[in-house]
Design a protein around this ligand. Structure first.
Ligand code: PMP
Length: 355
C-alpha cells in the first residue's frame, strides 16, 4: 500500500440504472418519461446560437429560476437550480447536514442518500419502513442532524399524505427537512404549500421525470430565501457555472408549457392505472404507487428470475438485491401504452408457461 492511499477519500459509488446501448428495447428501468419533451424545447435548441457558447453561462440561471418561480408562484429568491436533482440534493447535504448527530432517512429509499452521507462524512441512521413499506412519521421524532425522504418514496412509489409530512416537519423544528419530490407530478400532493409555514423545509423537484428532460439534467429546490441563500453560497464556493447555456434555454422552454406537462403526466397516470389492473390479474402484489413506476412482486417467481427473463426479451426493469426484503420486487417504469401492453403480454405468457 502506498502512503498516500490512507489519505484518499474512498467511496462506494451510487450505481445508476443500466443505459443499454442496443436499440429496440423496452426501457422501463430508470423512470424516464416515454414521451418527448415539450415542443418548445426543440424550438429552443434549434434557436441556439452556437457563437454564444464562447461566453460563460449565467451563474444565477436567472431565466430558468424565473420560469420555475412563475410556475409555482413563488419568488425567484426562493428557487435554487442544479444539474439534476442529484446535484441539488448533494448541495443540500453539503450545506445543511453538518451536525454530529445522524441524519435520518428510510431504510428502503433512494440509494444515493447513504452514498452522499458516506462521502461527506455525515452520520446517518436508516429508519425502517413498516411492513407495508410505509414511512412512519413518529419514527422521525428523535434527536437528529436533519431529515430527508422522497415523496412518493422510491423505489416503493408510496405517497405520504401532506398531513403526515407535516408531522415530520413539526417534530423537527431544529434541523432541515428535505422532501425529495422527484415523482410528485404523477398524482401526489406537493409539500410546496408548507414552505411559508415552516422555515426548515426544503422541497426538491426535477425536470427528469414529469418534464421528459433526464438527458438535460435539471433539478431545483424551493424553500425560503434564507435557506436558498445558504445553498447558493455553498454552490458558488464549489462551482459557479454548473448549468450550461443550452440547458438553461431548454429548461426555460419546458417549464413554460403547462398544457403539455399536464397532458403527458395525465397519460402516464392513466397507463399506470391500467398496468396496475393487469399486474393484479397476473397475481402480482404492489402498493398504490403515485409515481411513474410500480414496485411489484409475484408470489411464485423470484425477482431475479423475472428480471432476467424480461431482460432476455429486451425488456429492462430495475431490480435491487438489497436490502434483502426487496429482493423479490421489480421496479417497473411506466412507458407508453404499447410498451406496457408488450410487457404485460410477455409476463402473461411467461407465467402461464412456467406453471
Ligand atoms: N430523487 C429520487 C428519489 C430519484 O429517484 C431520482 C432519480 N434517480 C433523483 C432524485 C435524481 O433525479 P435527477 O438527478 O435526474 O433529477
Amino acid at each position: 500500500m502506498k502512503n498516500w492511499e490512507k489519505n484518499i477519500r474512498k467511496v462506494v459509488p451510487y450505481v445508476p440504472g443500466e443505459q443499454p446501448k442496443q436499440k429496440n428495447i423496452i426501457k422501463l428501468n430508470t423512470n424516464e418519461n416515454p414521451y418527448p419533451p415539450a415542443p418548445g424545447v426543440r424550438e429552443a435548441l434549434l434557436h441556439t446560437n452556437t457563437d454564444d457558447l464562447r461566453l460563460y453561462p449565467d451563474p444565477a440561471v436567472t431565466d430558468l429560476v424565473k420560469g420555475i418561480a412563475d410556475f409555482y408562484q413563488v419568488d425567484s429568491s426562493q428557487v435554487f437550480v442544479g444539474v439534476g436533482s442529484d446535484d441539488v440534493l448533494a448541495m443540500l447535504f453539503l450545506t445543511f447536514f453538518n451536525s454530529d448527530k445522524p441524519i435520518l432517512f428510510p431504510d428502503i429509499t433512494y440509494s444515493f442518500y447513504d452514498v452522499w452521507a458516506q462521502m461527506l462524512r455525515i452520520p446517518y441512521e436508516q429508519i425502517p419502513l413498516d411492513e407495508r413499506f410505509h414511512i412512519v412519521p413518529s419514527d422521525y421524532k428523535k434527536e437528529n442532524g436533519g431529515v430527508v425522504f422522497p415523496n412518493p418514496n422510491a423505489p416503493t412509489g408510496e405517497l405520504l399524505p401532506l398531513a403526515e409530512i407535516e408531522k415530520i416537519i413539526r417534530a423537527n423544528p431544529d434541523v432541515i427537512v428535505i422532501v425529495d419530490e422527484a415523482y410528485i407530478d404523477f398524482g401526489g400532493e406537493s409539500a410546496l404549500p408548507l414552505i411559508d409555514k415552516y422555515d426548515n423545509l426544503v422541497v426538491v423537484q426535477t425536470f427528469s421525470k414529469s418534464r421528459s428532460l433526464a438527458g438535460s439534467r435539471i433539478g431545483f429546490a424551493i424553500s425560503n430565501p434564507t435557506l436558498i441563500r445558504y445553498l447558493n453560497d455553498v454552490k458558488y464556493s464549489y462551482n459557479s457555472y454548473t448549468m450550461d447555456r443550452i440547458t438553461i434555454a431548454l429548461g426555460t422552454a419546458a417549464i413554460r408549457d403547462r398544457a403539455y406537462f399536464e397532458e403527458t403526466t395525465g397519460k402516464i397516470i392513466k397507463t399506470r392505472e391500467w398496468t396496475k389492473e393487469q399486474l393484479k390479474k397476473l397475481g402480482f402484489a404492489f402498493g398504490d404507487s403515485k409515481s411513474n413506476f410500480i414496485f411489484a412482486k409475484h408470489p411464485d417467481v423470484p425477482g431475479p428470475e423475472l428480471f432476467e427473463a424480461l431482460k432476455a426479451e429486451n425488456i429492462f426493469v430495475r431490480h435491487f438485491s438489497r436490502p434483502e426484503r426487496i429482493n423479490d420486487y421489480l421496479r417497473i417504469t411506466i412507458g407508453t401504452d404499447e410498451q406496457m401492453e408488450t410487457f404485460i403480454a410477455f409476463l402473461t405468457n411467461y407465467l402461464a408457461e412456467r406453471k
